[in-house]
Ligand binder design. Structure first.
Ligand code: PEP
Ligand code: MN
Length: 362
């Protein structure tokens, strides 16, 4: 059973200024001091305040570029000092945490492969005890909500309250259009469970290709997520990792400017009045529905009595089939979908059988 989380929302971390999206951008990997500085400069130029760069890279195959390691932390310090940006990197062990904290990294994130490993999550949570930097947890590579929640719980128990999540999609065996299956449903479920949690989407790792970044970013905004983590590189096609999915700072700016941000709720007076009036009408209709259901139950009760007196079985399959097909036909003529009529009538019929059974057994 999952526990309550004691969290501080991202708007109170002092990292991000409104309006949405809260933006984290930077290269997949820190490669050289020049590449880090040039990319960061390009991002700072249009108001990105939070810089990402992988220092230790979890790669699928050995022999791939596995990150520059601790020496790269000095470059992040230059980004902080010279550009006034906050910096963050991925940690996957106690050693990474210790080295990042010692270097004054402002925020860390947990990668998808690490979230899926409770031993590592505990090790990282223990190493973070006593700090109050924000920690972002990517979803595990597999679509397992509890594994994601468990990782958040471990960090929260270690006293980390500036907790956020990054939705980057899930691995699939069969190839799909995107690098990872968005599986938004799981993010929405997590959001419903923890409404105060700050949510980022990672369209770069979800899409795996520059051409999908706009549509995935827009989708994340339409779903009401607070932020985006996007990979950006001063020379994307020459990147040492994830070359296909990175954007130049200039292209990233164009993408961000193209996003349509709809408000989650509107404080606008006229909007409030309009929506209140419409909701009042819905409330009245719902009251009618309840009253009708109550009346219908009363009639079911009477039918139960009548059948009992005449020793007739409750379930009259032919009558039910007839009733459903009549309703479907009439519903269709009113523009109501077959699916919704079937679902509602089935629930109503089940309830009627239950009421009649109660009469029979009572
Ligand atoms: C990354 O952010 O560079 C990364 C390795 O991502 P993920 O953990 O989502 O694969
Ligand atoms: Mn990457």
């Amino acid at each position: 059973m999952s526990q309550e989380l004691d969290i501080i929302p991202g708007t109170e971390w002092g990292f991000f200024t409104l309006p949405r999206p809260m933006c984290i951008a930077g290269p997949c990997s820190a490669e050289t001091e020049e590449q880090v500085m040039e990319t960061a400069r390009g991002l700072a130029a249009f108001g990105i305040h939070v810089f990402r760069a992988g220092i230790w890279k979890p790669r699928t195959h050995p022999g791939s570029f596995e990150g520059v390691g601790a020496p790269g932390l000095k470059w992040l310090q230059r980004v902080q000092k010279e550009l006034g940006m906050k910096v963050c990197t991925e940690v996957a062990s106690e050693k990474h945490v210790k080295e990042s904290l010692a270097a004054g990294v402002d925020m860390v994130w947990i990668g998808a492969r690490t979230t899926a490993n409770p031993f590592l999550m505990q090790e990282i949570a223990d190493a973070l005890k006593g700090t109050d930097i924000p920690v972002l947890v990517k979803n595990p590579v597999n679509p397992d909500l509890e594994l994601w929640v468990g990782a958040l719980e471990r960090l929260n128990r270690a006293g980390i309250r500036k907790l956020g999540v990054i939705h980057r999609g899930f691995s699939t065996y069969a190839p799909i259009q995107y690098r990872n299956d968005p599986g938004w449903r799981i993010a929405i479920e997590l959001r419903t469970r923890y409404p105060k949690m700050t949510f980022f989407a990672d369209p770069s790792h979800m899409g795996g290709d520059r051409k999908y970044l706009q549509e995935l970013s827009q989708r994340a905004m339409d779903l009401g997520l607070e932020g985006l983590m996007l990979e950006s590189h001063c020379d994307p096609s020459c990147a040492w990792s994830d070359a296909k999915q990175q954007l130049t700072p200039r292209d990233l700016q164009t993408l961000l400017e193209s996003l349509v941000i709809r408000e989650n709720t509107s404080e606008n007076e006229a909007f409030r009045e309009g929506i209140d009036a419409l909701r009042a009408r819905i409330d009245i209709i719902d009251e009618h529905l309840l009253k009708l259901l109550k009346d219908r139950n009363g009639v079911s009760h009477a039918i139960g009595q009548y059948k009992k007196e005449h020793n007739v079985a409750i379930l009259q399959a032919i009558r039910w089939e007839q009733l459903l097909s009549d309703m479907l036909e009439r519903g269709a003529s009113m523009g109501l979908s077959q699916q919704v009529i079937t679902a509602i009538m089935t629930a109503i019929h089940d309830e009627s059988v239950r009421v009649q059974n109660e009469v029979l057994e009572g």
